[in-house]
Design a protein around this ligand. Structure first.
Ligand SMILES: Nc1ncnc2c1ncn2[C@@H]1O[C@H](COP(=O)(O)OP(=O)(O)OP(=O)(O)O)[C@@H](O)[C@H]1O
Ligand SMILES: [Mg+2]
Length: 320
């Protein structure tokens, strides 16, 4: 059973079509990233799944039940975007407050408290008032609030918003811990580089439409471009490789070979070896999620950046 399932989900706010028929599935134990620019419809999606906002049309199921059913509320945790927890609360009193809302008994809350604060690294400051917390601490407490009652699925709307790089890394590690406990995590974010490092599966949403989904590896793979370097001082046999039907460009002493559909890099390598040339560098180029996303939305975004995005080489198969 999928943890989340939507079919042709639509939401209209007056004349604004926030979701234009979104179909997606989230499987158990995944970190799933819903990515998109400001106003794309990410928060609307989460709010519908949580029963905070009513869908206009289509279907949406959470843990097998139609959204809006109250008995699944306890199995779900939620960190809203732009949350403002009252500054007079302490970490401990806030978790008691939310735990009680989720129906946890006082002994249960006390039993869970230390562990939860420990997971988010707030044990030492647990009794300080929230108004004295940094932004990163507030976000971590917000995440603690979302998993305190031991939910199966956790929705985090922009969990790293406004948090510095070190704090973002802590949050990424925290999400891995929660995933390791078998929970499903649904993250909304416009920070693509962030989610590239932590999500198993992502979906791009643009102006209310789902434009692409898949695993991060599938989406960023660019198997058609290789960078090849030979032993120092050895010229690359550009003409010979071109004569064999490959597209080759030289850049900074390395050859960039672009494969057409159906071509494999192996004949090129065999040709080099047959000529007694020594390979020192072989890298399959990869795109970033941002490269892919910008390309996908370029046409439909008149004010957006145009032009060719340059691939960033990543050491996928480095042999030097
Ligand atoms: N309560 C509302 N009433 C009217 N329009 C709304 C309402 N909530 C959202 N919208 C509109 O719906 C669209 C999608 O908004 P949503 O908040 O879901 O986007 P988002 O992807 O979460 O953006 P962000 O990254 O800025 O948080 C936007 O055009 C927004 O203005
Ligand atoms: Mg939002």
């Amino acid at each position: 059973m999928s943890v989340i399932e939507t079919k042709d989900l639509r939401k209209q706010y007056g004349s604004v079509e926030a979701l234009k028929g979104v179909t997606l599935q989230v499987e158990p134990g995944q970190i799933y990233g819903l990515l998109g620019h400001n106003g794309a419809g990410k928060s609307t999606m989460v709010k519908i799944l949580l029963g905070i906002v009513k869908k206009t049309d289509g279907d949406a199921y959470l843990l097998g039940s139609e959204v809006g059913t109250t008995d699944i509320r306890k199995k779900v945790g939620y960190l809203p975007e732009d949350h403002q927890f009252p500054g007079y609360h302490t970490g401990v009193s806030l978790l008691h407050f939310y735990g009680e809302l989720y129906g946890m008994s006082r002994p249960d809350r006390i039993k869970r408290m230390d562990e939860a604060l420990d997971i988010v690294g707030l044990k030492k400051r647990a009794k300080s008032k929230i108004k004295t917390y940094s932004k990163g601490m507030k976000q971590r407490l917000g995440i603690a609030q979302a998993f305190f009652h031991d939910p199966e699925v956790i929705f985090l709307d922009e969990p790293t918003d406004g948090v510095d790089p070190a704090g973002r890394r802590e949050i990424r590690e925290l999400l891995q811990t929660l995933k390791g406990e078998g929970r499903t995590i649904f993250v909304n974010t416009h920070l693509l580089a962030e989610v590239e490092m932590m999500a198993d599966r992502v979906a791009f949403i643009h102006q209310g439409e789902l434009v692409r989904q898949g695993t991060v590896a599938e989406i960023t793979r660019r198997a058609n471009r290789f960078e090849i370097g030979l032993e120092k001082g050895t010229p690359f046999p550009v003409q010979e490789v071109r004569d064999a039907g490959f597209k080759v460009e030289m850049a900074e002493g390395k050859a960039e070979v672009e494969l057409a559909d159906g071509q494999s890099i192996d004949p090129v390598l065999e040709m080099l070896w047959a000529n007694g040339l020594k390979l020192r560098h072989l890298v399959e180029q990869k795109l970033t999620l941002e490269d892919v996303f910008m390309k996908l939305v370029e046409g439909s975004n008149p004010g957006g950046k145009k032009g060719v995005r340059v691939a960033r080489p990543v050491a996928a198969r480095r042999i030097d």
